[in-house]
Design a protein around this ligand. Structure first.
Ligand SMILES: [Zn+2]
Length: 198
């Protein structure tokens, strides 16, 4: 039996793109690639998940309340909206993370849908065994999502051409990818995926 796959798009939101409150340099450059992955998964009728960083106004995640980050992705604001170039298909499953004011909410595995069902349960209900992960940012939410996915027993493919990092230190992204691969994930690009499909 073929392993059932899902695509997981992490935080491709206005605030994480250039011009946003916490813009990842060139964060918007990956969007055309992500759109292509969406097309492929959509065509194959495989589930597609998209996370939204979705913070309350007061959270320990923000500098003002003891955290590391400037204010970003406040629930229901323009900054928290998906980037306008992202072409989400209508059947995409939305999950929200960072809602808990006590937590950073880096990992998509802390996310839940609008009924409060968490990502693991959603994935298991659909029989997903392998997750293809792309989005923002390589050295934070993508990294923590991939590591948690592996810990939870999922196979992970990291979309090398559809991730972008913050790089507070210049090598952060490189090291994040190294760690994810060391823990058992595989890397893939659009080219590989299209080749594999023949
Ligand atoms: Zn956040």
């Amino acid at each position: 039996m073929k392993t059932k796959k899902a695509l997981l798009i992490v935080d491709v939101q206005n605030d994480f793109c250039p011009g946003g409150a916490l813009g990842v340099p060139e964060g918007d450059k990956i969007i055309p690639k992500i759109n292509k992955y969406i097309k492929i998964f959509s065509k194959d009728k495989l589930p597609i998940f998209a996370t939204r960083d979705w913070h309350p106004v007061r959270t320990r995640h923000f500098k003002d309340f003891g955290g590391s980050w400037p204010v970003h992705c406040i629930q229901n604001t323009r900054g928290a909206a998906f980037h306008p170039q992202l072409k989400l298909s209508p059947d995409i499953i939305l999950v929200y993370k960072g809602i808990d004011p006590q937590k950073d909410g880096y990992s998509a595995f802390e996310a839940e849908d609008d009924r409060g069902i968490d990502l693991v349960r959603l994935l298991k209900k659909l029989g997903i065994k392998e997750i293809y992960i792309g989005g923002l940012a390589t050295d934070y939410c993508v990294k923590f999502t991939a590591l948690e996915a592996l810990k939870q027993g999922f196979k992970v493919k990291i979309l090398l051409d559809a991730i972008q990092g913050v790089n507070l230190k210049p090598k952060d992204s490189e090291e994040a990818i190294k760690l994810i691969l060391k823990k058992g994930a595989k890397k893939i690009t659009l080219k590989d995926l299209l080749k594999k499909k023949g």
